[in-house]
Design a protein around this ligand. Structure first.
Ligand code: PA5
Length: 472
């Protein structure tokens, strides 16, 4: 893909490259050859995977197949039409939209956070509270299986009893197919769904869609239930890198999102990543600044300052990506998501005057989806807001961002800006892909395998041993 039909996201590192922050363009130039080498290694990893060559021991696990997944899905869609995976996802989503008043998406970690991020960023902020008609006939969307919370589960069951129309559906997502949180939630909710539909598997199988890995327990369960569609999570695509597979695409399609645009956005980010030089390559520039700030200036905390409520879960998706990928061998920066201006009133003090261990990346959306709301003039001016009458909420937010950057800059605190033209599928596709690429490039740059999460397995083993009465 060379020329996109949508605007590209941009990365402006200038607030981190000033005399007060101690990092300048010369540092980025110095790092450039190592950034290019890390990019080449990431692309060689992909080639290794695709050619099916043996993976060297130190590279295991190697989950590089997420990189060209968007292009592969788009090519298959163009070549095979209705028989392609994208079309099957769209068809299944269409069926669920028609049949179900609500869809519960079950999954945890990488099998959950991407869908949640898309929901909060792209759907109406009060989607579930709107009438079905005002939701464009789309189902309500709930997320479960991402925790073990008795009262939250009981509350969801209460709510599902009142869904209109009375049929609800389950999308259950787990690559391993054996993650306890998700498996328990599935068993419980499947029981409630059966009870609501007369107790027969015949009556519920159309309302259950598993998304899972090859040969998993969940796949076998889905087959036993007789689910007409079970979507794959491709081999070589790890959980937190799976948003461009059915893991993210199926829930997104049920939300009514344009999944082709999402994939095209990701493909556009890939194109830029592969074909532009450091200095004009947003992914490499982002990695470069993060790495220089951490290694030379001690900025071990990476704050993703999101400017808009719809971006909070995008930040949480990135928290997981960075923490699970690079938090190994006693290393890895600490990710922290903020939502501004809300968190200027909670964390802002520390970011302005606390320890100098932070790099702040502002995640900013350039155009609102809705018409800007303007502050009205009022005959009661005790609040002195008539001075601001005529200013819009985006203008107020813009002033808050500029004022915050200025205040941090004046004190030598580094900021960078990651700008999305719109909060839509094309921009988010680019952003997700760019951040996944950045994470694996940084891993290769610092010699940490970004794939796999061996530390997470420890708690799972212990928990299972405690519950099942076996030693881990
Ligand atoms: O990034 C990862 O691989 C993890 O966060 C997994 O997504 C998470 O542990 C859930 O695993 P599974 O999809 O096997 O249920």
């Amino acid at each position: 893909m060379t020329d996109s039909t949508f605007p590209l996201i941009s990365y402006d590192p200038s607030g981190a490259m000033r005399p007060e922050t101690g990092i300048g363009p010369a540092d980025l130039d110095w790092l450039a050859p190592r950034l290019v080498a890390a990019r080449n290694e990431v692309l060689d990893d992909l080639a290794l995977w695709r050619l099916g060559k043996p993976v060297p021991e130190e590279k295991k696990p190697l989950d590089a197949a997420f990189i060209d997944l968007p292009e592969r899905l788009l090519e298959e869609f163009a070549a095979k039409g209705d028989q392609s995976e994208v079309a099957r996802i769209q068809a299944t989503a269409g069926r669920l939209i028609e049949q179900a008043g609500a869809v519960v998406v079950l999954g945890i970690g990488g099998s959950y956070m991407g869908a949640r991020a898309l929901f909060e960023a792209c759907c109406h902020p009060y989607h579930n509270e709107l009438s079905r008609q005002r939701r464009g006939q789309r189902p309500q969307i709930f997320f479960e299986g991402n925790n073990v919370d008795n009262d939250a589960m009981a509350g969801l069951v209460d709510l599902l009893a009142d869904v209109e129309p009375r049929r609800w559906a389950i999308i259950v997502i787990s690559k391993s197919g054996s993650t306890l949180e998700t498996a328990v939630a599935f068993r419980l909710l499947l029981g409630h769904l059966r009870a609501a539909r007369g107790g027969d598997f015949e009556e519920v199988r159309d309302l259950v869609v598993p998304v899972t890995g090859r040969d998993s327990r969940l796949r076998k369960l889905g087959e036993a239930i007789g689910c007409p569609e079970i979507f794959p999570i491709p081999e070589g695509v790890g959980g937190r890198f799976s948003i461009m597979s059915a893991v993210g695409l199926l829930p997104a399609a049920v939300m009514g999102l344009d999944i082709v645009k999402l994939l095209e956005g990701a493909a556009a980010a890939n194109y830029q990543f592969r074909n532009t030089d450091p200095g004009v390559n947003p992914t490499l520039n982002y990695v470069g600044i993060c790495h220089l700030m951490e290694s030379l200036r001690g900025a071990t905390t990476r704050v993703l300052s999101t400017w808009g409520k719809g971006l909070e879960s995008v930040g949480l998706w990135y928290d997981q990506l960075l923490a699970e990928s690079l938090g190994k061998d006693g290393r890895g920066a600490l990710p922290l998501t903020c939502v501004n201006t809300r968190d200027l009133h909670s964390r802002g003090q520390q970011h302005q005057q606390g320890r100098r261990d932070k790099l702040i990346t502002n995640l900013v959306v350039e155009r609102t989806k809705r018409e800007p709301i303007v502050i009205p003039r009022s005959e009661l001016d005790q609040d002195r807001l008539n001075e601001l009458a005529g200013k819009s909420l985006p203008e107020v937010l813009g002033a808050a961002l500029a004022g915050t950057n200025q205040a941090y800059g004046d004190d030598g605190r580094p900021t960078t800006d990651l700008r999305l033209p719109r909060l839509d599928e094309a921009s988010l596709g680019q952003l997700f892909q760019m951040l996944m690429l950045a994470t694996v490039v940084e891993g290769r740059l610092i010699g940490v395998n970004p794939y796999g999460q061996p530390g997470v397995e420890d708690y799972k083993r212990n928990m299972n041993a405690l519950l099942r009465g076996k030693r881990g």
